[in-house]
Design a binder for this molecule. Structure first.
Ligand code: BG6
Length: 478
């Protein structure tokens, strides 16, 4: 779908996120023909640099993080011609006039704040003060959106002084993932699932986002946040909302976001015995979490597993188990919907217990499987077997469809189109903090120390127990 011509200014353009995700993503959109001829990208950061210097940096970023983007000769150079740079001082007045001089009146303006939340207010203020932003301009803000409810409220208030809510795009890149959007297509585009999508038929739901990486070079940030703030408050909550929400009347920003907000507000507080925190240990190959963050007494969690309950008509009685962590056995993100037993087994006890399980895989190999019970082939009598109906999206779409846009590039294009459906509204973010704050406060009050777990495992033993106690088990992390 074509987009309007745009000027995209990236603040924090020399930072990690810009290099890894934003710039290579924009290059891919350029290659896909989605950058109109008059559109341009202006990098902005504190360091003094000319256009050529920045273009070199962008070229390196594309080479390092551009992945297998199919490209024709000269495409990188053609893209770099659309890229410029201006040094600006986020807390001062220098550079802003020059930045304004770069922008074209006829283009849609989007300003991407790829910086810490401490600078959001300064940037917003200066965009207004120096006349860069108009009522049609958009700003894109990255997570973390605050540290708790109070700071998120303060940020919302600060941004609201300069921009209307319809201009603010709070990114949660999980909402840009193909399968996450597919969740809505599957639920609301088929008649098959929705009649069963409730506590009467669903035994429980699991949401797992497991990573094999540790905290990497982000120890400073991570140790202040932990898995609850870094992953649960945003990515896992968003997945939970999309799985649990009522059908919106239309696929429109506020219709969708109203329904998501209702889910968050219907969440019960989590009891301390329904949550397990973990922190990865050292093994013979590498140091543990505390060494990675250079804080020998750190009590920050790199793993969380919890049991959530949604108190509404649809979900009362169906638990939602959420789990995420670093340094785990595999990189698996999936949502598992386990349906209840058939009301009566006509095949007797020896046929065993068979259940329909729908697995929605976010990564790797985005796709879905649905376990269906059939007769075991052969003459052995009526023995039952669960087999997966498998749909890997890359297979279904064929070789051309296999190249799916990355979450960031898709979301940036939505900003240009002015579509806020896949972005978080201020009240949603606040409601999510209102649910996570008491959990985190409780840990701090009780001085809780996370349980150690081995790198390459599925997290602490207690996380397994969390489900065993309920007579259920996690799906293996592969
Ligand atoms: C980020 C978190 O938001 O998401 C990281 O800050 C995490 O800690 C990352 O590694 C995971 O994203 P993805 O797309 O690799 O699953």
């Amino acid at each position: 779908i074509p987009v309007e011509s745009f000027d995209l200014v990236i603040f924090g353009a020399t930072g990690d996120l810009a290099r890894r995700k934003i710039l290579p993503g924009l290059f891919r959109r350029f290659c896909a023909g989605q950058m109109p001829p008059e559109a341009q990208i202006v990098g902005a950061a504190r360091s003094e640099m000319d256009d050529t210097g920045f273009r070199d940096l962008v070229r390196e970023a594309i080479e390092e993080f551009g992945g297998g983007t199919p490209r024709e000769p000269g495409q990188v150079d053609a893209f770099l011609e659309r890229v410029a740079y201006e040094a600006v001082d986020a807390k001062g007045d220098s550079g802003w006039e020059a930045l304004l001089g770069r922008l074209r009146d006829e283009n849609v303006r989007a300003f991407y704040f790829s910086v810490g939340p401490g600078l959001f207010g300064d940037l917003a203020e200066r965009l207004r003060k120096f006349g860069l932003a108009s009522p049609e301009s958009r700003i894109v803000v990255e997570k973390p959106f605050g540290h708790d409810l109070e700071s998120a409220r303060a940020l919302n208030r600060e941004l609201a002084q300069y921009f209307d809510e319809t201009q603010i795009y709070r990114i949660d890149h999980y909402l840009g993932k193909e399968t996450v959007q597919n969740l809505m297509a599957v639920r609301f585009g088929n008649v098959l699932f929705e009649p069963l999508w409730n506590a009467q038929f669903v035994d429980h739901i699991q949401i797992t986002v497991a990573e094999t990486v540790g905290v990497g070079g982000r120890g400073g940030y991570y140790d202040e946040s932990g898995a609850m703030r870094d992953m649960v408050q945003n990515h896992l909550m968003q997945l939970l909302c999309l799985i649990a929400m009522e059908p919106p009347a239309r696929f429109e920003p506020d219709a969708v976001r109203d329904e998501k907000l209702k889910v968050i507000r219907a969440l019960d507080p989590v009891e301390p015995h329904h949550i397990v925190r973990g922190q990865y240990d050292a093994d013979d190959k590498q140091p543990g979490y505390r060494a990675h963050v250079e804080n020998p007494r750190s009590r920050t969690e790199s793993f969380v597993a919890l049991r959530a309950a949604i108190s509404n008509w649809r979900w009362a009685g169906t638990p939602f188990y959420l789990r995420t962590g670093k340094m785990l056995r595999g990189r698996t993100s999936e949502i598992v919907v386990t349906f209840k037993d058939a009301p009566h087994s006509i095949f007797g006890a020896e046929a065993g217990r068979h259940r329909n399980v729908l697995v929605i895989r976010l990564q790797p190999n985005e796709g879905m499987t649905l376990d269906v019970t059939i007769k075991e082939p052969g003459p052995g009598g009526m023995r039952l077997l669960d087999v997966p109906l498998d749909m890997t999206f890359a297979d279904a779409l064929g070789p051309d469809g296999a190249e799916m846009p990355d979450a960031y590039e898709r979301l940036i294009m939505d900003v240009i189109r002015g579509n806020q459906t896949l972005f978080m509204r201020g009240d949603e973010v606040e409601a999510a903090w209102a649910w996570t704050d008491p959990i985190i406060d409780g840990w701090e009050r009780r001085g809780e120390v996370p349980k150690p777990y081995d790198p390459g495992s599925s997290g602490p033993e207690d996380a397994l127990m969390l489900m065993h106690r309920d007579g259920r088990r996690w799906r293996d992390i592969k």
